[in-house]
Design a protein around this ligand. Structure first.
Ligand SMILES: [Zn+2]
Length: 303
């Protein structure tokens, strides 16, 4: 039995000023949570990526923007849109987490399933970053696999509570990539993009109708026949999330992860899971929500 391949890098955690709105500490807490659950050993046990290349990042973002990220030369307006400081650790983290998602995808092609303990930066679009997202890691990874000829068609399942607008913009008009987004209609971003399939959801939606909608949405992708699935498992649809507007319970989130994984495995599709959003003032509680993806993925691999 192959254990679940888990991608992580200690530099996924970049220092921010105290009290910053972005819950940077969750990546370290998640590592502890996965160790506590026996999914990682006390030390190591994960695969660490080397940073993505400028060329890979420029596969989906404007070259000049990628250069400004690399050179810590973002404009004040770009920095404001991203909401993270224009520092070397934040830049390095963007190159690392993008490469981490690509590594998870390669591992998924080999082993059927793999997860990156970061990524899901789905608001970053062709011209630049936004909403805590510097680079669109899923788009960078998908484009790299397509360019290398490792896959011909890619399905992106984005269940973060915010719309995957950057991903939708990047792949608009590209028939090789199918983008599916279930999101809270009234949440950020104000101006939604057009995914191949969008399911805007009403505030306060609870487990049962959400899961029914998910089943319906997954069934609607049946005609596409991808070679790989990227899954943005943002946990911000949770009822206690600070930014989400939906009302999923932790058990609802667990059922969601199980369904997406079963959908892919039932069709023999490799699935690369990425973390996505999740906002809670209690980082341990938040890490436990993100751990659900890894628990369900490990369970599926053991089955
Ligand atoms: Zn989100």
């Amino acid at each position: 039995m192959t254990p679940l391949p888990i991608v992580y890098h200690p530099d996924y955690v970049a220092p921010l000023r105290p009290g910053h709105r972005f819950p940077m500490s969750k990546y370290g807490y998640l590592r502890q949570a996965l160790t506590a659950r026996g999914l990682l050993p006390e030390t190591g046990g994960f695969l660490a990526p080397a940073p993505a290349s400028i060329r890979q990042a420029a596969g989906v973002h404007a070259f000049a923007y990628v250069e400004r990220v690399a050179n810590i030369g973002l404009t004040a307006e770009e920095t404001r849109r991203i909401g993270l400081p224009n520092t070397a650790p934040v830049s390095r983290r963007a190159f690392l987490s993008s490469a981490g998602t690509l590594l998870a995808a390669r591992l998924a092609l080999e082993h059927g399933l793999a997860c990156n303990m970061a990524g899901g930066s789905h608001h970053a679009g062709p011209e630049g970053g936004a909403g805590f997202c510097v680079f669109n890691d899923v788009a960078i990874a998908a484009r790299a696999l397509l360019d290398e000829g490792l896959v011909r068609r890619v399905l992106v399942i984005d269940l973060d509570v915010h719309q995957g607008d950057g991903t939708a913009h990047i792949f608009a008009g590209d028939p090789r990539v199918f983008t599916l987004s279930l999101h809270a209609e009234k949440n950020y971003p104000v101006h939604k993009a057009q995914s191949d399939l969008d399911f805007p959801l009403p505030d306060g939606l609870r487990d049962t109708p959400y899961l029914e909608m998910l089943d319906h949405a997954l069934a609607r992708t049946a005609a596409f026949h991808p070679d790989i699935v990227f899954y943005n498992a943002g946990v911000d649809p949770h009822e206690l999330d600070r930014l989400g507007r939906l009302s999923l319970s932790s058990e609802g989130l667990r059922a969601r992860e199980a369904r997406v994984i079963a959908f892919a495995r039932g069709r023999g599709l490799p699935l690369a899971g990425v973390l996505g959003g999740g906002y809670d003032d209690d980082p341990e509680r938040l890490a436990a929500r993100h751990a659900l993806l890894f628990e369900e993925a490990a369970r599926a691999m053991a089955a």
